[in-house]
Design a protein around this ligand. Structure first.
Ligand code: PGA
Length: 241
């Protein structure tokens, strides 16, 4: 894994945006795997700013997001689909039909996940997969477990994830208890992976991801086995190194 040191959140965001932008400039019809959460917002804002200056176009890009809450429709404000439209897609020139998020509104988990796997596979898997990392080492909604997950599947969220994500809901009770997420095996199919992390609350997870044993107890640790994984993390997130 290549570890790139950033000074702080803004520096991490610009470095991540530079890597994503370079990918799209080099291959305008790139398939991007994208992530939600607080961490990528700064990178998305930087990409929007460069797009508005005319420096980068997403007209031929297609995107596949990692995950979605089960039970939320794409136009519900807490859904990840809505988040992506608000934070990124509506401010760039990407074609809405080229953006993909698992269908949380489909109550048939098996069908929704199989359909998403079919789409990601048909697209040839991402050229670049952007990932945040959870405090517990999760990627997407692949929580610590005794085995690494495979394709897109329905997961029960852990209490720590529900708690961490409750800031976007009125109360923890409103956070959906399940989500559809790309599996670890799917994530590993991406040709390159970019993990971003900021803040001391991520320090243990970042250390375990990069330096700990490869174990499903820290799902992000599998990325040590990926041939092109880059971590861009700020000083606080790298404080245990
Ligand atoms: P965060 O979430 O960016 O909101 O910290 C990251 C994650 O849980 O993957």
């Amino acid at each position: 894994m290549r570890i790139i040191h950033a000074k702080n959140y803004d520096d991490m965001s610009r470095k991540a945006a530079n890597i994503i932008s370079a990918q799209v400039i080099l291959k305008p019809d790139s398939v991007l795997g994208l992530a939600t959460g607080t961490t990528p917002i700064g990178a998305y804002q930087q990409l929007i700013a460069w797009h508005q200056k005319g420096d980068v176009s997403f007209a031929e890009v297609s995107t596949y997001n990692l995950d979605e809450y089960r039970g939320l429709k794409h136009d519900e404000p807490q859904s990840y689909h809505y988040f992506m439209n608000e934070q990124f897609f509506s401010s760039i020139d990407i074609k809405p039909a080229h953006t993909h998020v698992p269908d949380g509104s489909n109550p048939d988990a098996e069908a929704a996940c199989a359909e998403y796997d079919r789409l990601v596979e048909a697209a040839g898997y991402p050229d670049l997969q952007l990932l945040g990392i959870g405090n517990n080492g999760h990627i997407g909604f692949n929580e610590p477990d005794s085995v690494f997950s495979k394709g897109t599947h329905c997961v029960d969220l852990t209490e720590s994830t529900i708690e961490a994500n409750s800031r976007l809901f009125n109360s923890p009770d409103e956070v959906p208890r399940q989500a559809y997420t790309m599996g670890v095996q799917t994530i590993m199919q991406a040709r390159s992976i970019l993990v971003i992390a900021s803040g001391s609350n991520k320090a243990q997870a970042v250390f375990d991801m990069c330096k700990g044993p490869v174990t499903p107890a820290c799902p992000a640790s599998i990325l040590q086995l990926h041939p092109h994984a880059i971590v861009v993390a700020d000083e606080d997130a790298l404080s245990l190194f």
